[in-house]
Design a protein around this ligand. Structure first.
Ligand SMILES: [Zn+2]
Ligand SMILES: [Zn+2]
Ligand SMILES: [Zn+2]
Ligand SMILES: [Zn+2]
Length: 156
């Protein structure tokens, strides 16, 4: 699979008053504005070149657009939908960006992998979880671990 991003530049052109109006690739109407956007070898109203996801006007957002599967997207949504989030900190497999993930500090987890790594208890919204030596732990196991450590250091 290719990793290259499909990004395209957007140009803003001023329309010559005597030129034949160009058709907008977004709404198919003639562009009678003073300015138009040129992208993907097509012409667009400033309002018509929008991200399919968040509706932001792409002419204003850094003048780049991304396409994939006939969608026109801003960089943020492109990366969100088609980029890769990273490796799951529990099973270390890749997580595609369109998948829901759980995050803990800098780690990302598959939803299915986000469980206490000692007792496999899953967490519900609002449950406390702890990160220790890069392992997710439930409160019970975390506190138990702390107690054991306290015990160990007492013995020494
Ligand atoms: Zn248009
Ligand atoms: Zn967007
Ligand atoms: Zn995983
Ligand atoms: Zn646990």
């Amino acid at each position: 699979m290719q990793k290259k991003e499909k990004s395209f530049g957007i140009q803003m052109l001023s329309v010559q008053p005597d030129a034949k109006p160009k058709g907008c690739a977004g709404c198919n109407r003639k562009i009678k504005d003073r300015y138009l956007l040129k992208a993907l070898d097509k012409y667009w109203h400033e309002d018509c070149l929008k991200c399919a996801c968040c509706d932001c006007r792409l002419g204003e957002v850094g003048s780049t657009l991304y396409t994939k599967a006939n969608l026109i997207l801003c960089r943020r949504d492109y990366l969100r939908l088609f980029g890769v989030t990273g490796n799951c900190a529990a099973c270390s497999k890749l997580i595609p960006a369109f998948e829901m993930v759980m995050r803990a500090k800098d780690n990302v987890y598959h939803l299915d992998c986000f469980a206490c790594q000692l007792c496999n208890q899953r967490f519900c919204v609002g449950d406390k979880f702890f990160l220790k030596n890069n392992m997710i732990l439930c409160q019970t196991d975390y506190e138990e671990g702390l107690m054991k450590e306290g015990y160990v250091s007492q013995v020494r």
